[in-house]
Design a protein around this ligand. Structure first.
Ligand SMILES: Nc1ncnc2c1ncn2[C@@H]1O[C@H](COP(=O)(O)OP(=O)(O)OP(=O)(O)O)[C@@H](O)[C@H]1O
Ligand SMILES: [Mg+2]
Length: 137
């Protein structure tokens, strides 16, 4: 029912726009400053990876709601999608310090820690889709 909005990431401006869109939606959903910062940091890392490793792609954000035994819970879903080279070994890139670019290799493990749910779907040679969710509590 909710609308997903996507920002193209192909330049550093795209990274900034994705962050901004994420902060605005997080605020609308009701997240406080600390969680807004966590969500925008996660978006930054995902967008930076798209820019660095896949050249271009998109970050999509969506306000979501799910029913559980305590009632309705709200959250934000961030999807990073690209048609870049893909990730050969997902286990490897999820270990702290693994990098192919001389970076810190802290990006993806960091995103996983900052968000509540994290999933990588990547096919070598075809691209990568990373889906993350943060729940409002
Ligand atoms: N969208 C992507 N497409 C292809 N490979 C990717 C993608 N995102 C990450 N990777 C691979 O996963 C590795 C780990 O990513 P991660 O963000 O954790 O660290 P990093 O980008 O190398 O360094 P840091 O983010 O700390 O500056 C990258 O070095 C890269 O090889
Ligand atoms: Mg990175």
């Amino acid at each position: 029912m909710s609308i997903q909005s996507c920002v193209e990431v192909h330049t550093e401006w795209g990274i900034v726009s994705a962050r901004q869109a994420g902060r605005n939606l997080a605020k609308d959903v009701g997240f406080g400053n600390v969680d807004q910062a966590r969500i925008t940091t996660a978006i930054s890392e995902l967008a930076r990876n798209i820019y660095l490793y896949a050249d271009k792609g998109e970050i999509c954000i969506e306000a979501i709601q799910e029913l559980d035994k305590h009632g309705a819970k709200k959250g934000i879903k961030v999807t990073a999608r690209d048609k870049g080279p893909g990730i050969k070994n997902v286990r490897e890139v999820m270990s702290d310090g693994f990098t192919t670019s001389g970076g810190l290799g802290a990006g993806l493990p960091g995103v996983k820690r900052l968000m509540d749910e994290f999933d990588i779907d990547s096919v070598s040679g075809e691209g990568t889709v990373i889906t993350t969710i943060k729940w409002l509590r």
